[in-house]
Design a protein around this ligand. Sequence first.
Ligand code: ZN
Length: 274
Amino acid sequence: MLSFDQLTFAAEVADVKAFSLTRGLMQADDPYSAINLCHYTGDKPLHVTTGRAMLCDRLHIEPHCLVMPRQTHGCEVAVIDDRFMQLPQAEQQKSLEGIDALVTPLTGVCIGVNTADCVPIVMADLLTGLIAAAHAGWRGTVSRIAARVVQQMARLGADPAQIQAAIGVSICQRCFEVGDEVAQQFRDAGFDLRRIMRRNRLTGKAHINLQRANAIVLQQAGLPVEHIAIAGTCPHCHPERYFSARHLGINSGRTFTGIIRQPSVIINLNSIKR
Ligand SMILES: [Zn+2]
């Protein structure tokens, strides 16, 4: 049984649904339970395929209409268009290697990213109908992947001032302790550490607020602050509900965050059981 968290934008975006899968009925000794759609973090292919089939079934789409990249903490963005959809499967997979964000103008195609502590970001543009999903770990945040997605959407006709963004389930500032060398990378990349970092009084360790850092990146890319919803909770605080790599190790499942544009007559996530 699939269970979802709906991801809501600050304003209603017609016919667009965004969500994160929750772990469901997990077994404590299985770091991939119950549902994991990520194919490159050590899970059995059959388990991954089964989970994907369940999601496609629920979304009323064919398996090839569920598209997710093989992420590498880079900042490459791929566009999923008709040309991509017509490629043979092997070529599709090849073009999804080393990609950390997807943009699509297509209706009925669910794009998404897999994360466990890192930040999933979904975006939608009302006028062009473009939707996007991005994975921003601290490296992706430092290299401003969210801004690259906005730029790609703008190249396809979107006005950044009209784009809605929602930042999903990801590690909270209290849990995200980092070494000073990581904080330094944010500083070197031009981030104002006073806005995104604080030190633990007892340990002296730096803690970064990744959600706020990405919200700043989105604002700098032209999104109005009121178009940025910070919607998710922390997987490290709630490992029974979401996969957390800091909790389970990197050989574990990932939380799939997806977005799809489809007439609401066909799909209604509101009716999906929590
Ligand atoms: Zn936390």
